[in-house]
Design a binder for this molecule. Structure first.
Ligand code: ATP
Ligand code: SKM
Ligand code: MG
Length: 189
């Protein structure tokens, strides 16, 4: 039995993780990539590597500039991943951009579904998320209410991440991807 599963069973499209802040996009994305033996890209990390901390970009250049940088980072990541099962974790607000919404139509989009109770402890330890400054939980809840319909509309797969460790959720996501790809192949026959 091989230690890692083949990426073939999860298709040859980039796998894009979306969802609100602190839901686990980066952690579960990295876990999934490791399981699949696939490349992993975290677009927030790409932005930080190229432009400095997200908090500094927001403070110095504003959210609008951040969103422009973010849209370019997502487009480059998706372009570079074309034809492969590269796992790409987006920032929580990346899908608000209409170009990004269109672009990830070429990918398998996974929405990590969560609730305020599950993320509360992680948000309380918040650091480096400028949009959660002040009343972090209030801000998270407000943003989630606005963004939830967008996440739901873009999702090919929805994974409930309210229970389970990062490695358990990685395994559940891999199984969900197998089912999704098999069902798609059946329809295309
Ligand atoms: N299922 C889980 N169990 C325990 N801890 C978790 C779980 N999922 C995520 N975490 C932890 O919660 C924190 C936030 O997770 P992560 O950074 O992956 O969120 P994110 O969705 O990428 O957030 P952002 O939108 O800000 O990038 C991290 O410390 C991560 O290790
Ligand atoms: O939800 C958001 O708007 C954000 C989420 C983070 O991943 C970062 O991209 C940034 O802090 C903004
Ligand atoms: Mg992240």
């Amino acid at each position: 039995m091989p230690a890692q599963s083949s990426t073939g069973a999860v298709g040859n499209r980039p796998i894009v993780l979306i969802g609100p802040m602190a839901v686990g996009k980066s952690a579960i994305g990295q876990q999934l990539a490791q399981q699949l033996g696939a490349p992993f890209v975290d677009t927030d990390a790409v932005i930080v590597a190229g432009h400095g901390s997200i908090a500094d970009i927001f403070a110095g250049r504003g959210e609008r500039a951040f969103r422009e940088i973010e849209a370019r980072a997502v487009a480059s990541a998706v372009d570079a991943a074309e034809g492969t099962a590269t796992v790409i974790s987006l920032g929580g607000g990346a899908v608000l951009d209409s170009g990004t919404q269109q672009l990830i139509g070429r990918c398998t989009v996974v929405y990590l579904e969560c609730d305020a109770d599950t993320v509360a402890a992680r948000i309380a330890r918040n650091s480096g998320r400028p949009l959660l400054a002040g009343d972090a939980m209030g801000r998270w809840t407000e943003m989630f209410a606005t963004r939830k319909p967008v996440y739901e509309r873009l999702a090919d797969i929805t994974l409930d991440v309210r229970h389970g460790s990062i490695s358990e959720l990685g395994s559940r996501l891999e199984a969900a991807l197998h089912n999704y790809v098999a069902a798609k192949q059946e329809v295309e026959k």
